[in-house]
Design a binder for this molecule. Structure first.
Ligand SMILES: Cc1ncc(COP(=O)(O)O)c(C=O)c1O
Length: 391
């Protein structure tokens, strides 16, 4: 083993000791509701496929059709020869859907945040290093994008407007560009950002408001268009409720044009393949008419929240289809997942560093593919678990 590999091996031993070791589990996903592992079938409560679109016949058919018609790959980055005319059609649809002047398709949500932020925060272009106020529970990709820009974020307590305002106040005298970064739905908590107040704060201090709508796009807001229509820029993904892969930026024409000229993730990455563009295109056609599915998912999550709270579990401030059951200790989250798995239910323990220390949880994500019976089964196992834990 190379000396450097020994260091990595030690790290892994330490991770195991702390109950924080991660591994890639091999699964089959035969449909939007279940998972199979080693021949056993589980109801999947860990998927972000909130509308079940990943298996929707029209989404799958358009992905197949566009692969057949336009090939398996785009062949180059969008600025070389990969800017297939399909992009313009999709970007027009996204801009209209989101109510923004323009939209730009990116390779993934992670890649969008990791590469759009360095472009937006470029001190040579801005003329000064910007101040970036960021909710401390923002997704890792936003923190990584800021770090890639060489920015030390000014982090405000989660959804805490007075704290944000005090940070803005302190920085007010600095004549430099300012940004506020948040998510509309927090991915590990399922709670909502106070977007109207964030808009007011941004206006009060002349900040540019950027909102990540990864977990709102398709599933929340009128016709599933999300919640952040008052943001200056939205980043969202097609990998969750939209059922496939890829991401978008919704913004003004000038920001789009700037990103085409400055965003490394767009300039130096091969364009998304036609099959993925087909899936995105079909999802954009279907999602506005899925109010029934959205209401059902909200109902399932509400039922679950009410029932598990009655059993004494804590679900934080969740108000959406994402519902954490807090265990605080990582080992407890793992033990709960094991119990659920023994009963045919698949869930995932979310542990530090994904969440702050001592806030481990099991994160449940409800989808239109779940049934009322699935929720009952889940609650039954949680009841049994609580009984055994308290025995
Ligand atoms: C808030 C947030 N932003 C960005 C991402 C990354 O998106 P993608 O999975 O499309 O790379 C995620 C997904 O985990 C997310 O939860």
């Amino acid at each position: 083993m190379h000396e450097i590999e020994k260091v990595f091996a030690d790290f892994l031993v330490e991770r195991r000791k702390q109950g924080l070791y991660r591994e890639l589990t091999r699964v089959r996903r035969p449909d939007a509701r279940t998972l199979e592992q080693s021949g056993k079938t589980y109801i999947n409560f860990a998927s972000n496929d909130s509308l079940g679109l990943s298996f929707h016949p029209e989404v799958v058919a358009r992905a197949q059709e566009w692969a057949g018609r336009y090939g398996a790959g785009a062949g180059a980055s969008r600025l070389v020869t990969g800017n297939l005319e399909l992009f313009a059609q999709i970007e027009d649809k996204i801009a209209a859907f989101k109510g923004f002047e323009a939209a730009l398709v990116m390779a993934s949500g992670f890649q969008a945040n990791a590469s759009v932020l360095p472009a937006l925060f470029d001190r040579d272009v801005l003329g000064a290093e910007p101040i970036v106020f960021a909710d401390r529970l923002n997704h890792a990709s936003m923190h990584i994008g800021s770090a890639a820009a060489g920015i030390t974020q000014s982090r405000f307590k989660h959804n805490d407007i007075p704290h944000l305002e005090s940070l803005c106040q302190r920085a007010h005298f600095k004549q430099v560009p300012k940004f506020i970064l948040t998510e509309s739905v927090f991915s590990m908590d399922g709670d909502l950002a106070p977007l109207d107040q964030l808009r007011e704060t941004a206006d009060m201090f002349g900040s540019f408001l950027m909102v990540d709508e990864a977990h709102a796009t398709g599933i929340l807001g009128p016709k599933g268009k999300g919640l952040a229509d008052k943001a200056d820029l939205v980043v969202g993904t097609f990998s969750k409720a939209m059922g496939s892969f890829g991401a978008y930026i919704a913004c003004s024409n000038v920001v789009k044009e700037y990103l085409v000229n400055k965003c490394a993730g767009l300039i130096y990455a091969t364009a998304l393949p036609p099959s993925v563009l087909g899936a995105i295109d079909a999802a954009l056609d279907l999602v506005p008419d899925m109010d029934g599915e959205r209401a059902r998912v909200a109902r399932l999550a509400e039922t679950f929240r009410a029932e598990v709270k009655a059993l004494g579990y804590r679900t934080g401030l969740s108000r959406t289809h994402i519902v954490p059951v807090m265990t605080d200790a990582a080992e407890k989250a793992l033990a709960l997942c094991e119990r659920l798995k023994d009963n045919g239910l698949w869930s995932v323990a979310i542990r530090p560093p994904t969440v702050p220390p001592n806030t481990a949880r099991v994160r449940f994500a409800f989808t239109a593919a779940h049934t009322e019976g699935d929720i009952e089964r889940l609650v039954t196992v949680l009841r049994e678990h609580a009984r055994k834990e308290n025995a």
